[in-house]
Write a protein that binds this ligand. Structure first.
Ligand code: 3PG
Length: 209
């Protein structure tokens, strides 16, 4: 099982996806994979999330499928039961951290402040999702966060798109970014998987850590 630092090097962009059903998730994951992106975070924001994770894990075993928006121990257990290979929280969620530690599963906790980053570091977590990155102040803010947390590696997420991803990835503290722009709502609704494949391909020029 890969650790989170390794998973953060799989792609410069972790697509953050909210799906309506399992078939849609598999189509999205297939398009991303064909476009060269081998990791996907399926958020727990719809009731389809767990069956979607299960379907992607079974049908596209090459894809690193993770569960996002995981806040509680119970949700973490459900995500692992469904086959999630990593777990993401948008903020600090110690109960989720504890489950991932016990189960030896890769975990990306979130943080919004330098104090929360200090809390994560005290628990031995040196990789963090900085969310919502653009609202926190974008690359300028992240540079400041990194200056007081030189041992941390970041995955900024929230408000990032194809135009701005490179500015974040240029920072040495940033291994990858997360975002929903690879799966535009209109394209997903229309089943336009070519558009998703193209968005994935377009990340090919971005640096990986
Ligand atoms: C997440 O949970 O990571 C975000 O919803 C993704 O943010 P974005 O939609 O602004 O890319």
């Amino acid at each position: 099982m890969a650790d989170i630092a390794e998973i953060m090097t799989l792609s410069p962009v972790i697509p953050v996806v909210t799906v309506q059903d399992a078939d849609q998730a598999v189509s999205i994951a297939r398009a991303l994979s064909e476009g060269g992106v081998s990791v996907i975070e399926i958020t727990r924001r719809t009731s389809a999330a767990f069956e979607a994770i299960d379907a992607v894990r079974r049908e596209l075993p090459e894809m690193y499928v993770g569960a996002g928006t995981v806040w509680t121990a119970e949700q973490a257990e459900q995500a692992l039961e469904a086959g999630a290979r990593f777990i993401v929280s948008p903020g600090v969620a110690d109960a989720v951290d504890d489950v991932c530690r016990e189960r030896g599963v890769a975990y990306l906790p979130g943080a919004q402040t330098v104090s929360e980053l200090a809390h994560l570091a005290a628990r031995g977590r040196y990789c963090a999702k900085l969310f919502p990155a653009a609202a926190l102040g974008g690359p300028t803010a992240i540079k400041a966060y990194a200056s007081v947390h030189p041992d941390m590696t970041f995955c900024p997420t929230g408000g990032i798109d194809a135009e701005t991803a490179g500015d974040y990835l240029a920072l040495p503290s940033v291994a990858c970014v997360g975002g929903s722009w690879l799966t535009p709502a209109a394209a997903v609704k229309a089943g336009d998987w070519d558009a998703v494949r193209l968005e994935a391909k377009n990340t090919g020029h971005l640096k990986t850590a």
